[in-house]
Ligand binder design. Sequence first.
Ligand SMILES: NC(=O)c1ccc[n+]([C@@H]2O[C@H](COP(=O)([O-])OP(=O)(O)OC[C@H]3O[C@@H](n4cnc5c(N)ncnc54)[C@H](OP(=O)(O)O)[C@@H]3O)[C@@H](O)[C@H]2O)c1
Length: 217
Amino acid sequence: MAQTMDGHTVQSDGKWALGSKEDKRRMDRLRLWADCIIASRKSIENDNPNLFARSKPNAKQPVPVVILKDLKRQISSSSRIFSAPHPAGEFWIFGLNAPQIDQLVDTGTLDKNQKQQTDRIQKWKIYHYNNVKDIYDALVEKGYRKILLEGGPTLNGLFLQYDLIDEIFFTMEPYLWAGEKTDRIITTPETLPLKKFRLLTVERRKDEVFFRYKKIK
Ligand SMILES: NC(=O)c1ccc[n+]([C@@H]2O[C@H](COP(=O)([O-])OP(=O)(O)OC[C@H]3O[C@@H](n4cnc5c(N)ncnc54)[C@H](OP(=O)(O)O)[C@@H]3O)[C@@H](O)[C@H]2O)c1
């Protein structure tokens, strides 16, 4: 997660586009390490990110895992997560019954010339969860050991509530935005019991600072 000096992790237009080439290079390194990569539906909608290691498109890529709360909006079939070299991923939706892929993604807007795209989307799996611990347990059961959570802040907060964050890679961006509210790298409705982290590394590159923290057990 990256944050401005005054604590912003989301721009006022709801997107996030700050971060240098160096920051992206470091993200790629983490993505190459990871078995799977968790992101929110909201980030997919707002930023339309690529969730693979962009500098090494031919390498084995992490499985995208997208988390959402309900079916209030469909995900666009033109989202980058559905294109190569992303492997087919997983959607996790809150509640009792997992929907069909066509309810979740607007595949109806694809014409028959886009068969390859339709086929790729149909390979995505859909599961339901009651809390994010269910998602974590299922990923571990599948053999995923290196799980990379890429936010946003609310989703990070859900994982922190269940004590599912071991390490934090945190980039300080050299910007100020001010305003009265900040979003921060992790948010929850209420404060949680204090958790202490150990600073493993800190590196400066030009105007950015890269921190790596590990939770003290
Ligand atoms: N600075 C950074 O490094 C960084 C990194 C990633 C993202 N971002 C920014 O963060 C922004 C979004 O942050 P955010 O904090 O508003 O949202 P968020 O953490 O991205 O999104 C919350 C997401 O979690 C889902 N969700 C599932 N269960 C939930 C529950 N019980 N309660 C709440 N949400 C639940 C929501 O689903 P529904 O969609 O169904 O409501 C929503 O998609 C993005 O637009 C992106 O630009 C910044």
